[in-house]
Ligand binder design. Structure first.
Ligand code: THU
Length: 136
């Protein structure tokens, strides 16, 4: 698990990232802040497309920015959406997390105003997941 102070900081950075969302079709802006094992933070937002399927989620934007920079070890991610309910990561994003993160990876989800925050590990959120261990 991670400390309360780090959790608040990640939620703050996720909220800042949400401000960069390009989501004219859903009007559901999402921001993410991904903490690397060596203490860096990568931010991401959702980026939509008129053709819909090229849309990318905030979580994957953050992961792919980090992986491009050569970072592959992560401790936690904070995700903030625009709805009344906490923004739990979609299945595709959970699968991307499964590629790079261990069972204890912390996922912090928040609703629009931060009044509801749910924190779980990747193993809690996606048990029995398919991953590198199955192929490598
Ligand atoms: N979205 C995310 O950014 N993360 C998720 O885990 C779920 C969905 C985005 C994709 C799309 O731009 C909008 O939310 C509505 O689905």
């Amino acid at each position: 698990m991670i400390g309360q102070e780090m959790q608040s900081e990640l939620l703050r950075l996720a909220t800042e990232a949400r401000g960069r969302s390009y989501s004219p079709y859903s009007n559901y802006a999402v921001g993410a802040a991904l903490l690397t094992k060596d203490g860096r933070v990568y931010q991401g937002c959702n980026i939509e497309n008129a053709s819909f399927t090229p849309t990318i989620c905030a979580e994957r934007t953050a992961f792919f920015k980090a992986v491009f920079d050569g970072v592959r070890e992560f401790s936690a991610i904070a995700i903030i959406g625009s709805g009344d309910l906490p923004a739990f990561p979609c299945g595709v994003c959970r699968q991307v997390m499964s590629e790079f993160c261990d069972d204890e990876f912390v996922i912090i989800t928040s609703n629009r105003d931060g009044s509801e925050v749910v924190t779980e590990t990747l193993d809690q959120m996606m048990p029995h997941r398919f991953g590198p261990k199955d192929l490598l």
